[in-house]
Design a protein around this ligand. Structure first.
Ligand SMILES: N[C@@H](CCC(=O)N[C@@H](CS)C(=O)NCC(=O)O)C(=O)O
Length: 222
């Protein structure tokens, strides 16, 4: 990784298993930016402390602090990083390819992840039990993955939109990782996403961002 030129260093408020945090960790690694990891334990409710809500008013991770600048929400953080630290661009210069990247990223961030967020899963489990919760998560992930397979078929190369890593990959990798490792989604129905996942798993910037590698991950986690 290259040295972070910003002073003081970037701080990332993150939870090891949060796919939204994982997106930002991947982007920081790709751009070669060092950061201080600030763990927020979602299971202990640390996202709801008055202190944390001052920097993230909705009480979610991630939050990035860059000197005096505080940004909550992974999409906003990634757009900020893209402008402030243009090395390893996450947005292709070709406009139509860029639009596909926005579309794929938003399928993940608007049409899958919010439906399987902790707050939703807790509610379903309380009302209907753990089986219904798993059934629900698999349903929303499979619907999103089916759409992504259709969308990316015409655009994928080695990675989601060609032979370079862009925004779509940064959103896809954590979502696929969670689908496999947390929610036992049957990936045989999604051959393109499975192949992309193999590519991501071979790249250090993605490996280092994986949940199990984070300082707040319990031992023997995935
Ligand atoms: N749109 C936000 C969503 C953030 C979000 O939902 N974060 C989850 C973890 S991936 C969270 O903090 N959940 C805590 C909760 O549901 O209480 C983003 O992309 O940053």
């Amino acid at each position: 990784m290259t040295e972070n030129v910003a002073s003081p260093p970037l701080k990332l408020y993150s939870y090891w298993r949060s796919s939204c945090s994982q997106r930002v960790r991947i982007a920081l690694n790709l751009k070669g930016l060092n950061f201080e990891y600030k763990a927020v334990n979602l299971l202990k409710g640390e996202q709801f402390t008055p202190e944390y809500e001052k920097i993230n008013p909705i009480g979610y991770v991630p939050t990035l602090v860059d000197g005096d600048i505080v940004i909550a929400d992974s999409f906003a953080i990634l757009m900020y990083l893209e402008e402030k630290y243009p090395q390893h661009p996450l947005l292709p210069s070709d406009l139509s390819k860029r639009a596909v990247n926005y579309q794929a990223a938003n399928i993940v961030s608007s049409s899958i992840q919010p439906l399987q967020n902790l707050v939703v899963l807790k509610y379903i489990e309380e009302k209907s039990g753990p089986e219904e919760k798993l059934h629900w998560v698999q349903r929303v992930i499979e619907k999103g993955f089916a759409a992504l397979e259709k969308l990316l078929k015409a655009h994928a190369g080695k990675f989601a939109t060609g032979d370079e890593i862009f925004l779509a990959d940064v959103f896809l990798a954590p979502q696929i990782h969670g689908a496999i490792n947390r929610f036992s989604v049957d990936m045989s129905k999604f051959p393109l996403l499975s192949r992309l996942n193999d590519e991501y798993n071979a790249i250090a910037a993605f490996q280092d961002a994986e949940p199990s590698k984070q300082p707040d991950a319990p031992q023997s986690s995935s």
